[in-house]
Structures are given as structure tokens and as C-alpha cells.
Design a protein around this ligand. Structure first.
Ligand SMILES: Nc1nc2c(ncn2[C@@H]2O[C@H](COP(=O)(O)OP(=O)(O)O)[C@@H](O)[C@H]2O)c(=O)[nH]1
Ligand SMILES: [Mg+2]
Length: 319
């Protein structure tokens, strides 16, 4: 069994677990028309189902709790495993292992995060878009901690022995995806506020090894930013459904997997067995049906016009 590791990254409450939930949910929809199948391993499916029912039953107005992160906050690392394989045939060829950890780790478990960044093929950075965009980004530093995220990459992305994929995923972004002007502003804000990180990844040594994608994900899709209440100097972001009938409707959450699989396919196309990719290359060389099923999925998953490849287009098979 071949396994690859992907880690979520982001402080408490930015939306890591919700992102993972929405990714799995939407993947199933897109993949149902393809020959690819994703099956949760062990209790991963149950855990995500619990989170899913919470997301489906959000009240009309709610606060994404700042203090100790979100609904169903946990204080330990969760590992979500999915088997990827051929639909109805051999559905456990490649295991995708997603690491989700409590945001508090950004304060006191830095060495854990450093280790994950070293071991993972891909990193999904969840960015709270409301903190970035509202009130001139006043709460961005304290909520998203971009400097700390940058330092993690600076400390680990050194002399990489194989390509990596970094996905910046603004979430809670319903409000900014309503028209192209707001979307443009969202991308601009990300480029500005993550300038140090993007500069590091763009350095001569990393430019040819690291693909960077910005892909906004509406992990709920039916709730909009409403206002910020400051309570004891801490911001409470209040969200509201436009009407009581608004349903859970995630959008764009299949895109991270589309980029991830496209990134793996490209390693196959290059036939270069470096680092993590040795086993994947051997697997896809052995099973071209599986490889074709992956390719079919990346095509079935239509590119979301709100996403952008910042660098490393040559490391991917899709744009
Ligand atoms: N409006 C909106 N709320 C979201 C979105 N993603 C997460 N949330 C809310 O933000 C809070 C924190 O999310 P969670 O996934 O627990 O964050 P984590 O601590 O990073 O895992 C929860 O109350 C979610 O319902 C989103 O895309 N839109
Ligand atoms: Mg969480």
C-alpha cells in the first residue's frame, strides 16, 4: 500500500476541519461520474460525518468562535485517511493521509509542525478570509498568523529533495466570490499579506520544486460575513444565512484534490522517481488503469475560475 501525507496548516478556528470535510463531500460528487473512488479508512468517515452534520445544521446567525477554535474543537491531532482506487474494483491502491491538528499547536508545538511540513508532499493552508478582508485586515495577523506560517516554511523548505505542492485556501469567503472585482481584491490581499512566504517559495532554489496555488473554498457556501463584535479585545466574527432556507452548499472544495492529483500525475508523466514519488511512480507504472482514472478525475473536475496557479505550472498537469 502506497501512502502520501498531506497536512492542513493554520491557527485555531480558521477553518481547517471544515475544509477537510467539504473536500471529502464534494470529491464524492465529482468522482461519482468517474472511475475513481475515495473510501474513508477506519473512523475517518464517521468523524467527518459528525462534522458534516454540524455544518449542515448551522444556525441562521452564528459566530465562528475565536478563543479555542470552532465547533467540535479537539485538542489532539486527527489523522483522516482515505483510500483512493478504481471504482468498484480495487479501491485501495493509494492512501491519502490528511493531518489535522489543534490550532493551539502554533503556540507550543512548533517542532511538530516543522516535522509535518518536512514529511508532507502537500500543504493546505486554510486562511480565514474575513480576518484578511474586513476592517482593512485589522485582525489578519492575530487570526491567520501569516508570519508564523512563513517561518515554518523558511525552516523546512530547504534543500528539498522532491517537488512539493502548497495550496493557499481562503475559506469563509462567500462574500468575496460574488463578483470579479471582489475576487480580484481577495487575490491581491493574499499576495500582499503573504508576500514574505511567496517570496521565499519563489527563491531560485525553490521555484522549480514548489507549486503554489491559491484556491478559495466556500466550505459552507450559504452563510455570509455579517459583522465583527469585539469582546474583551478579541474579535467575534458573526456570519448570517441570507434566508432561513439557505442550505449547506460548499463550493470549490474539490479543487485542492484536483491540484493534488494533478501534481501526482505530473510526477508520473515525468517518470522521475525522486523522494516521495518513487512508490507512486511504481504504482502508476504498474496500474495504468488507475493512472487513467486519476487523469479522468482531474478533467472531470472543471477548473474553478476563482483559483490561480501562482507558480510551478510546469509541476502540474492542469491549469
Ligand atoms: N461562513 C463560513 N464559516 C466557516 C467556513 N469554514 C469554517 N467556518 C466556520 O468557522 C468555524 C471554525 O471552523 P473549524 O473548521 O472548526 O476551524 P479549525 O479550528 O481550523 O479546524 C466553524 O464555526 C465553522 O462553521 C466557511 O467557509 N464559511
Ligand atoms: Mg479543527
Amino acid at each position: 500500500m502506497t501512502e502520501i501525507k498531506i497536512t492542513m496548516l493554520g491557527p485555531s478556528s480558521v477553518g481547517k476541519t471544515s475544509l477537510l470535510t467539504a473536500m471529502y463531500e464534494q470529491f464524492k460528487d465529482v468522482a461519482s461520474g468517474t472511475r475513481l473512488q475515495l473510501t474513508p479508512v477506519g473512523d475517518s468517515g464517521i468523524l467527518l460525518q459528525d462534522r458534516l452534520s454540524e455544518l449542515k445544521n448551522l444556525p441562521d446567525t452564528f459566530t465562528s468562535i475565536k478563543a479555542e477554535g470552532g465547533i467540535s474543537n479537539s485538542n489532539k491531532v486527527s489523522v483522516f485517511k482515505f483510500d483512493l482506487g478504481k471504482r468498484g474494483k480495487n479501491n485501495s491502491l493509494l492512501t491519502l493521509q490528511f493531518l489535522d491538528y489543534p490550532g493551539g499547536y502554533h503556540k507550543d508545538k512548533q517542532e511538530y509542525l516543522t516535522q509535518q511540513l518536512t514529511e508532507c508532499v502537500a500543504v493546505l493552508v486554510a486562511i480565514d478570509a474575513t480576518a484578511l478582508m474586513e476592517e482593512g485586515g485589522r485582525w489578519h495577523d492575530s487570526v491567520n498568523r501569516p508570519q508564523q506560517i512563513t517561518e515554518l516554511f523558511e525552516n523546512t523548505y530547504i534543500n528539498l529533495d522532491s517537488p512539493r505542492l502548497v495550496i493557499l485556501a481562503p475559506v469563509k469567503c462567500e462574500k468575496y466570490l460574488q463578483d470579479s472585482e471582489s475576487l480580484r481584491k481577495l487575490h491581491k490581499a493574499i499576495r500582499e499579506s503573504y508576500k514574505n512566504l511567496l517570496n521565499h517559495l519563489r527563491s531560485e532554489e525553490l521555484l522549480t520544486k514548489v507549486a503554489v496555488v491559491v484556491t478559495p473554498v466556500q466550505t459552507v457556501g450559504s452563510v455570509f460575513f455579517s459583522r465583527i463584535d469585539v469582546i474583551e479585545e478579541s474579535p467575534q466574527f458573526v456570519f448570517r444565512k441570507p434566508n432561513a432556507a439557505a442550505k449547506y452548499n460548499p463550493k470549490g472544495s474539490e479543487q485542492p484534490l484536483r491540484y493534488l492529483l494533478s501534481f501526482l500525475l505530473k510526477r508520473y508523466d515525468e517518470q522521475r522517481a525522486w523522494g516521495f514519488f518513487k512508490l507512486i511512480l511504481a504504482l502508476l507504472n504498474r496500474d495504468t488503469e488507475f493512472k487513467d482514472a486519476i487523469r479522468q478525475f482531474t478533467f472531470a473536475c472543471v477548473r474553478d475560475s476563482s483559483s490561480e496557479v501562482v507558480q510551478g505550472q510546469l509541476l502540474l498537469t492542469v491549469d
